[in-house]
Design a protein around this ligand. Structure first.
Ligand code: SF4
Length: 258
């Protein structure tokens, strides 16, 4: 396997996550905003999803969570993480939090029916840094070893499956750079709907992502040094964009869709 990120034009350091890469594929200027530290509003579904992922990981690392302990375990996870800050931002009342915890309980019940054969790790941190100032980071929900050798990377969705291809291929790239092997499979599973997407990434697929990532970084550096904006591409994702209030294209899309 020889996957490599092409050289970048010189410029500022860039720390790129899967979410920012996926955002860039939809709208480059929105990704630019994320790289400047601007994020969209917190939402209840996002809060529910993060809490559910914490619970899934706890289950995989520490074993099943008893039904009687579930509420307390959720409260511990909220209190011991940045979910506490998000809770304040959402201005969620205690009664609404109870509803979220019951929703997470339902997701957890489904999650426990998933097979765990070959499980190697949950919330696996991946990182890779080039010698020209680009850092790629990602957290894979779960990694499994396949019987035939190699690994399967899994991302759990707590809503609908959506379009997970770009996110999964970013993880495949990061895994390939970090472990010098391309994963056998990348997979997304919706715990809510049962939908599943699985891909078999080739070295060529992963190299394509590496080339795109380099293009993203060079585009950003060019825009930053020139003080210019990047292309804006409006769509249903504008609703969650941190710069919607300043974007005519996004507001037009929102008006059309609302
Ligand atoms: S509001 Fe929409 S079009 Fe405007 S920058 Fe954000 S995602 Fe792009």
């Amino acid at each position: 396997m020889s996957v490599a990120i092409p050289h970048l034009i010189p410029g500022d350091e860039i720390r790129l996550s899967a979410s920012t890469y996926v955002t860039w594929k939809k709208c480059p200027d929105s990704a630019n905003a994320r790289l400047q530290g601007k994020y969209g509003p917190d939402t209840r579904p996002a809060f529910t999803g993060i809490l559910a992922h914490r619970i899934f990981s706890r289950h995989l690392r520490g074993g099943p969570i008893e039904s009687d302990d579930f509420v307390q375990v959720c409260r511990e996870e909220i209190g011991g993480s940045n979910l506490n800050n998000k809770l304040a931002g959402l201005e969620m009342k205690p009664s609404a939090l109870g509803g979220v915890i019951e929703e997470v309980r339902g997701l957890y019940d489904r999650f426990t029916r998933l097979p765990t054969d070959g499980f190697e790790g949950s919330e696996v941190n991946l990182k890779y840094e080039t010698d020209d100032g680009l850092q790629l980071v990602g957290v894979v929900d779960a990694v499994y070893r396949e019987d035939l050798g190699g690994h399967r990377l899994v991302d759990w969705k707590t809503g609908e499956l959506g379009e997970p291809e770009d996110q999964l291929m970013f993880y495949a790239l990061l895994w390939a750079l970090d472990h010098t092997e391309v994963p056998i499979y990348v997979e997304a599973v919706s715990v809510r709907t049962g939908e599943r997407y699985r891909a078999v990434p080739s070295s060529a697929d992963v190299q394509e992502v590496a080339t795109e990532v380099a293009r993203l970084a060079s585009e950003m550096r060019t825009a930053w040094s020139a003080g210019s904006r990047l292309e804006k591409r409006a769509g249903p994702w504008c609703r969650f964009c941190p710069i919607l209030a300043d974007c005519a294209e996004g507001q037009a899309a929102e008006a059309l869709l609302s």
